[in-house]
Design a protein around this ligand. Structure first.
Ligand code: IFM
Length: 445
């Protein structure tokens, strides 16, 4: 019988990912906190509040990560804590981050540090946020301060998390602050974010020539709902262009945009090109896209549906592990190391997550067999955290959190992930224990 174990390379890194506003608690000085106070903005009126209490005691969760055999952890720096007013730096906040980063290293966990993950200082939001071109210089100034302060403790930097999601949710869908619905403004925001990434990339390398600097790109697949229909195919292509390709064309060396794309400003500028040492992939789901005349005014004629698919909890989308393989293959064209900076599933009773984890990691394994340069996998996330517009209703944690009492309880998936990280393998025993229904698919013969 062939060896039915899926092995990962010995230098592969297993980790988890988080973001400041989602875990720290008490981030009162950013635009998300203000947004949470407005009625109707967050599901069930939830608020981030103490979140996972990381500002006080991230270390207890670092212990949990270390006990799970994890060797890397992605967290973000909260701009609104570090630069409380324009140009005013809170050195005590930087000290706390330094303490956290050293805490990780003491536990043999390499930090990956994101410099912007959806939350902006109030002073920035009040001056137009990312619609204002000055943001590029503001961001570069903040990045220099952070990198100079933390240069001895970090080499793996992620400039900006999901510029495409920030622009789409805040300026097209309106479910993130500032709640706008305007395609042109969204394009401007995306452009400023990519320029800010470029400025940050250069600034980091000036301070720390050996730094490894990347960006976390959320990739979603947009497949036509009815592949034979030309208009469905066109609608899917437009979504793909906006969501996936603009960012990759702007910052990667090899992705190109079609010549006919309207001048949203990414094509010719291209001073942003070749500003990545690695690319981060955040992958969750795909959409099936249909053209629908009746949605012309509300959604540019695009309707999303997933009739025949297995849904994830909370309408989060289709469970589609193969998309992870497709995304890795696509990113491989950039010829850069790939870090899977996020992947996970909201699932409070953990009845899908173990199977989903095995299936997604199997797709990573497949990509590795094809020589794709995947270096690490960061599960989203360690402990249930504040899920933006969905509040506390989407529990993504390997560990369950009661955020009122701060009590934590590991879900079975935590044991599964810990076993994979310990052995660098998905073994038949793990498949039998956590996903026996996958036997036929994953353990042929
Ligand atoms: O929680 C978010 C994260 O902040 C960005 N990527 C997607 C995650 C799950 O929705």
């Amino acid at each position: 019988m062939p060896d039915a174990t899926y092995h990962f390379p010995p230098d592969f890194r297993w980790g988890v990912a988080t973001a400041s506003h989602q875990v720290e608690g008490g981030n009162t000085n950013n635009q998300w906190w203000a947004w949470e106070q407005q009625p109707g903005r967050i599901a069930q009126g939830h608020r981030s509040g103490r979140a996972c209490d990381w500002w006080t005691n991230a270390e207890a969760d670092f212990d949990r990560a270390a006990a799970m055999n994890l060797r890397t952890l992605r967290l973000s720096i909260e701009w609104s804590r570090v630069e409380t007013k324009p140009g005013i730096i809170d050195t005590a906040a930087l000290d706390r981050y330094r303490q956290m980063l050293r805490g990780l290293r003491e536990r043999d966990i390499e930090p990956m540090v994101t410099l912007h993950h959806f939350s902006d200082p109030l002073w920035l939001a009040e001056s137009g946020g990312w619609t204002n071109p000055d943001v590029v210089a503001h961001f570069a100034r903040y990045v220099k301060q952070v990198v100079s302060a933390l240069v001895d403790d970090v080499t793996l930097w992620c400039t900006i998390n999901e510029p495409n999601v920030y622009a789409t949710s805040g300026y097209i869908l309106g479910d993130f602050p500032p709640g706008m619905h305007d395609l042109g403004t969204a394009a401007r925001v995306l452009r400023h974010m990519l320029r800010a990434h470029t400025a940050a990339y250069r600034a980091i390398h000036e301070i720390q020539p050996g730094a490894q600097v990347g960006l976390a790109h959320n990739m979603r697949f947009f497949d036509p709902a009815r592949p034979r229909r030309l208009l469905d195919r066109a609608a899917a292509m437009v979504q793909d262009l906006w969501f996936n390709r603009t960012t990759l064309a702007a910052v990667g060396g090899t992705h190109r945009l079609p010549w006919w794309l309207p001048p949203v400003g990414f094509g010719p500028a291209l001073a942003t090109r070749n500003t990545l040492d690695w690319i981060g992939l955040n992958y969750y789901t795909r959409d099936r896209v249909a053209f629908d005349r009746s949605a012309r005014d509300t959604a540019y004629g695009i309707r999303l549906h997933s009739d025949d698919a297995e849904p994830m909890d909370g309408n989060y989308g289709e469970l589609y592990p193969e998309g992870l393989f497709r995304a890795i293959k696509r990113l491989s064209r950039l010829n850069l190391p790939i870090h899977i900076t996020e992947n996970g599933i909201p699932d409070s009773d953990d009845d899908q997550r173990p199977r989903a984890l095995i299936l997604h990691l199997h797709q990573v394994w497949r990509a590795l067999q094809d020589n794709c340069p995947v270096k690490s996998y960061y599960h989203w996330t360690l402990v249930d955290n504040f899920e933006w517009a969905e509040g506390w209703t989407l529990p993504f944690g390997l560990i369950q959190l009661d955020h009122a009492t701060q009590a934590r309880r590991p879900r079975p998936s935590a044991d599964l992930y810990s076993a994979i990280a310990r052995s660098y393998a998905i073994t038949p025993e793990l498949i039998d224990a956590y996903g026996p229904e996958l036997r036929k698919e994953l353990l042929p013969g």
